[in-house]
Structures are given as structure tokens and as C-alpha cells.
Design a protein around this ligand. Structure first.
Ligand code: F6P
Length: 326
């Protein structure tokens, strides 16, 4: 399809919401309008696509959202879309609404869905948005920076009470399969130990590290546990209390608080750049790609490559958490 034939595009957000999705929607809509395209927002991610939840978006419809967390288009994890029937229904709706290209803003599952559509001839461009930072092909995804700032703030506050009571605080971060947030939180929050899905560590090793910190005169300890780590946080707390490591323990699960809040300056900028680049890709007739930050530049990465690879926590950074915990 040539640029001349692109007249109408649609945009949706899918999967776990990430702070910065709204600025990305705004950038897609306004860039498209500046190219004289019509833009439709699809509500509730792929479920809305299957059931035809399209509505036309104008410049004013995306006003006042740049600073808001969540997504004005709503999001979801669609089981129906994972089926062939669901995908065919989605394509039927795209055709029915004369949509020439679709922008999908979401995480790895959403981009896998985008790839499935592109395999069936739909013109798709993806934008990576997930606090987990587990998407291949981009240095960082929309939402990660805000989530890390939220975690840092929580760890700082928990450290105040940890040091006042000479306790070990066990703090759980999100990340079912990827320990990125936990490792980075470990560095910026000054953790004693970090537990992530990518590295096996025994209860005994953690207990020894914490007991050793106590013997070295530390007044408190911060232990970051990724939600997908092999050891569950409550089990670890019980073990440390029984092993008598010096500190008494307390557990805090940060949970969905990490997904909310105003997008940081970094995320607003990243989302705006990615939204603009996604529409430029459409204007250039480049489909089946995801916009990624490579170095300091925006690049187009084939969706095929994105979904064929998995991105996990950087083990060099993991070693750094250990070295800095002296
Ligand atoms: O993928 C983002 C994420 O927040 C993960 O870190 C977490 O494991 C998961 O979503 C939680 O999903 P839900 O909001 O569906 O419980």
C-alpha cells in the first residue's frame, strides 16, 4: 500500500497498562491528524477490536491526558483474540471500518498479537509499553522509568522505617519472568540482596548475606524480590526469622502501585517520540514493525524479531548489586 492510499488509522492499548500510554496515544493521534489522516481509537484493547469498539478521535479528544497514568482507551488481556476466530473477527472489524493501518501500544503479549495480525495482511506498527522492560528490540519500553521512580520512592520510605527499627525489609517488585525492575531497584535503592527469576539462589545464601551484613554493623537491610523469583517472599521472611540473621523482617508487596501514577518526564518524551515515529512509519509504508529506542535514536524493528526473542535482566547489573552491597 502506498502512502496515498492510507487515509484512516486506528490505535489501541493492550495488556497491563503502563504510565506513558496516554502520551503515546496523544502523539499518534496528533501526528496522524497533521498528515490529514483520520484516526480511530479502539477501546479495551483486542477485545474492543473484536467487538467493534471504534470511535473517531480529534485533537481535542487527546487534550489534557499527557500527564495522566493508565490509558484513556482502556486496556485488557483478551483471551478471545488468542484464537483464530477472534483474530478473524478483529480483521473483519478493521475492514468494516475501512482502517488502513493499526497502531498497537502494549507489552510482549500485545506485540505477539500485532505480529499475528500482520501475518494475516494487516498493516500494523507496534509501540512497546510495559513496566517490565522485557520487550526485545528496544533499550527501554514506555512505563519503565515511571515504575522505577515509584519503586525508588517506596524503597526510600521503607528504608527510613527499616533503619529506625533495625529491620530487614523484604520488598516485592513486579516482573513475572523478567527481573529488570528488581535489579535496577536493587542498584538505585541500595539493596543488600536481589532475587530474580533469572538467577537461582538458595534461602541459605540469602540468610548468610543478611547475617553477614548484620555482623558488618549494618543497621538495616533491604532485600528486593521480583515477583517471579524462585523463592516466594513470605517463605523467605519466615526462613530469615527462623535462621535468626540479626534483623527481624517485614514484608512489603508493592503490587499494582508500580503501574500507576503520572508518567515521568522521560516516559512522556519517549512515548511522544515513539508515537510520532509510528505514524511516520505508516506514512512510509513500513509495516510489521515495532518502534524501538536503539542508542539515542528511534528505530523500526521487525515484529518477527521482537516476538522471536526474549529480553531478560542484565546479569552485569545483577553482579553490580552484589558488589555495591558491601
Ligand atoms: O506485564 C506487566 C505486569 O504488571 C507484570 O509485571 C505483572 O506480573 C502483571 O502485569 C500483572 O498482571 P495483572 O494486572 O493482570 O494482574
Amino acid at each position: 500500500m502506498t502512502t496515498q492510499e492510507i487515509e484512516r488509522i486506528a490505535v489501541l492499548t493492550s495488556g497491563g497498562d503502563a504510565p506513558g500510554m496516554n502520551p503515546a496515544i496523544r502523539a499518534v493521534v496528533r501526528t496522524a491528524l497533521s498528515h490529514n489522516l483520520e484516526v480511530y481509537g479502539v477501546e479495551r484493547g483486542y477485545d474492543g477490536l473484536i467487538h467493534g469498539a471504534f470511535s473517531k478521535l480529534e485533537a481535542r479528544d487527546v487534550g489534557g491526558i499527557i500527564q495522566r497514568g493508565g490509558t484513556m482507551l482502556l486496556s485488557g488481556r483478551s483471551k478471545e483474540f488468542r484464537t483464530k476466530r477472534g483474530q478473524l473477527d478483529a480483521i473483519h472489524q478493521l475492514n468494516k471500518h475501512d482502517i488502513d493501518a493499526l497502531v498497537v501500544i502494549g507489552g510482549d503479549g500485545s506485540l505477539t498479537g500485532a505480529y499475528a495480525l500482520s501475518q494475516q495482511g494487516v498493516n500494523v506498527v507496534g509501540i512497546p509499553a510495559s513496566i517490565d522492560n522485557d520487550i526485545w528490540g528496544t533499550n527501554i519500553s514506555i512505563g519503565v522509568d515511571t515504575a522505577l521512580n515509584t519503586i525508588m520512592d517506596a524503597v526510600d520510605k521503607l528504608r527510613d522505617t527499616a533503619s529506625s527499627h533495625q529491620r530487614a525489609f523484604l520488598i516485592e517488585t513486579m516482573g513475572r519472568e523478567c527481573g529488570y525492575l528488581a535489579v535496577m531497584a536493587g542498584i538505585i535503592g541500595g539493596a543488600e540482596t536481589v532475587l530474580i527469576p533469572e538467577v537461582d539462589i538458595s534461602l541459605e545464601e540469602v540468610a548468610n548475606a543478611v547475617a553477614d551484613a548484620y555482623k558488618r554493623g549494618k543497621t538495616h537491610a533491604i532485600i528486593i524480590v521480583a515477583e517471579g523469583a524462585g523463592i516466594k517472599i513470605q517463605e523467605l521472611a519466615r526462613y530469615l526469622d527462623e535462621a535468626d540473621v540479626g534483623f527481624k523482617t517485614r514484608v512489603t508487596i508493592l503490587g499494582h502501585i508500580q503501574r500507576g501514577g503520572r508518567p515521568s518526564a522521560f516516559d512522556r518524551l519517549l512515548a511522544s517520540r515513539m508515537g510520532v515515529r509510528a505514524v511516520e512509519a505508516i506514512m512510509d509504508g513500513k509495516f510489521g514493525v515495532m518502534v524501538g529506542l536503539r542508542g539515542r535514536k528511534m528505530a523500526l524493528v521487525p515484529l518477527e524479531e521482537v516476538v522471536a526473542n526474549t529480553r531478560r535482566a542484565n546479569l552485569e547489573y545483577y553482579s553490580m548489586t552484589r558488589m555495591l552491597a558491601r
